[in-house]
Write a protein that binds this ligand. Structure first.
Ligand code: GLU
Length: 417
């Protein structure tokens, strides 16, 4: 959501700040902030009623100093070029924080898939894939799911790209269904990485996770699986959840199995028996131990940051907290686990999926989950150590780790010509 705050400008402020602390020269900081390549595509889609609509989509490739471009594709009415630029650059910092050999990219189509038929979504997806096929590929830029896209869309993109090149090409995209080379553990990976970060943060702060109260904003892939894992693996008590249609709150723990079944049946979490309704805004301000914003950008701003009562805010979403809100949260002692660390589990298992595709050798789910745990836990501690060394918040620390890695790679490669 672009809203009043421009996420691309927000990202640039973070890189400027990290560049200053790291004494990186201004020219290099400019390189690090600038997206390398931006593609806008306007393309026709045949609708079910026989009409034709022209839709606009983007693919922004921010940086490839450390490896091929990597990042998801989102379908949302509020997609715009600055949002995609911000999301692309956050992928650069995210892949650098967890130290996987990728750069950052992002794609999006301005559309509302909730009002479209499956056939319309398929035709839109295939045409968009065809339009961006000139810049993506298994060694160039590897897309993945993001808001309102899932394995279904990834399968269509894999198929469309494979039809173009004339052979099956699973490594062009990640987050695929397992029948066509998807990795075991990928659907839950973002949430699993998030709860690993919460686990490490709880150890550092002495929080007992058993019975700790949790509020989750967003009940898509990330929020729903976070509910499942934080309840099942740590015994946390989730008391509020929400989706785009509103939220529910209860004094008793909301059970994942039941809420998920209700959402499957009715299309939303609202009206779940035995709960009271709560708005998305009010959910953020609940007195809970752990808040998990797992929806869209800019939901914690300077207007409401002072009202956040959670001890830990684990960012399953990209960019949920604005630059100004961050300072307020830090002042109030809210420990923020920043997006580029906390939701990096998704792209980490995307990396594992791509490695498995390239090797044509597949891992068990346990192997995937254990490797994910090592990557996220190592990254968490590197960021934590940076936060202690520089006496800064976890987001600043994560940017210090990431910006240094990308700057070092850029310097090592040198500038062409
Ligand atoms: N869209 C996810 C993210 O923002 C996953 C990206 C990927 O797997 O490439 O991290």
């Amino acid at each position: 959501m672009a809203g009043k705050v421009n996420p691309y400008e927000e990202m640039k402020k973070m890189v400027d700040k990290a560049g200053k602390t790291l004494c990186i020269d201004p020219g290099m900081v400019e390189v690090l902030k600038s997206p390398k390549r931006e593609l806008t595509v306007n393309f026709p889609v045949k609708m079910d009623d026989g009409s034709v609509r022209v839709l606009t989509g983007y693919r922004v490739q921010h940086n490839e100093a450390r490896g091929p471009f990597k990042g998801g594709i989102r379908y949302h009415p509020q997609v715009d070029i600055d949002e995609v630029r911000a999301l692309a650059s956050w992928m650069t910092w995210k892949t650098a924080v967890v130290d996987i050999p990728y750069g950052g990219a992002k794609g999006g189509i301005i559309c509302n898939p909730k009002t479209m038929s499956v056939g319309e979504i398929e035709r839109m997806t295939r045409r968009y894939a065809s339009e961006i096929s000139i810049i993506i590929g298994p060694t160039k830029d590897i897309p993945a799911p993001d808001v309102n896209t899932s394995g279904r869309e990834m399968a269509w993109i894999m198929d469309t790209f494979s039809m173009h090149v004339g052979f099956a090409c699973p490594g062009v995209i990640t987050g695929k269904p397992k029948e066509i080379g998807g990795s075991l553990g990928r659907p839950e990976a973002t949430s699993r990485g998030l709860v690993f970060c919460v686990r490490e943060a709880a150890k550092k702060t002495g929080m007992n996770l058993k019975g700790a109260t949790v509020a989750i904003q967003g009940y898509g892939n990330v929020g729903a699986f976070a509910h499942k894992l934080i309840e099942r693996d740590f015994g946390c008590k989730v008391i509020a959840v929400s989706d785009s249609q509103g939220g529910i709150v209860s004094e008793k723990a909301l059970r994942y199995d039941e809420v998920w079944a209700h959402k499957q049946k009715t299309g939303a979490v609202k009206n779940f028996p035995g709960t009271k309704p709560i708005s998305n805004e009010a959910l953020l301000e609940l007195k809970v131990d752990i808040l998990l914003p797992c929806a869209l950008e800019n939901v914690i701003t300077k207007e409401n940051a002072g009202k956040i009562k959670a001890k830990i805010s684990g960012e399953g979403a990209n960019g949920p907290t604005t630059f100004e809100a961050d300072a307020i949260l830090a002042k109030n002692g809210v420990l923020v686990l920043p997006d580029i660390l906390a939701n990096a589990g998704g792209v980490t298992v995307s990396y594992f999926e791509w490695v498995q595709n390239n090797y044509n050798f597949y891992w068990t789910e346990d192997e995937v989950n254990q490797k994910l745990d090592s990557v996220i836990t190592k990254a968490f501690h590197e960021v934590w150590d940076m936060h202690e060394k520089h006496k800064c918040n976890m987001r600043d620390a994560a940017y210090l780790v990431a910006v240094k890695r990308v700057a070092d790679a850029t310097r090592t490669r040198g500038f062409y010509p």
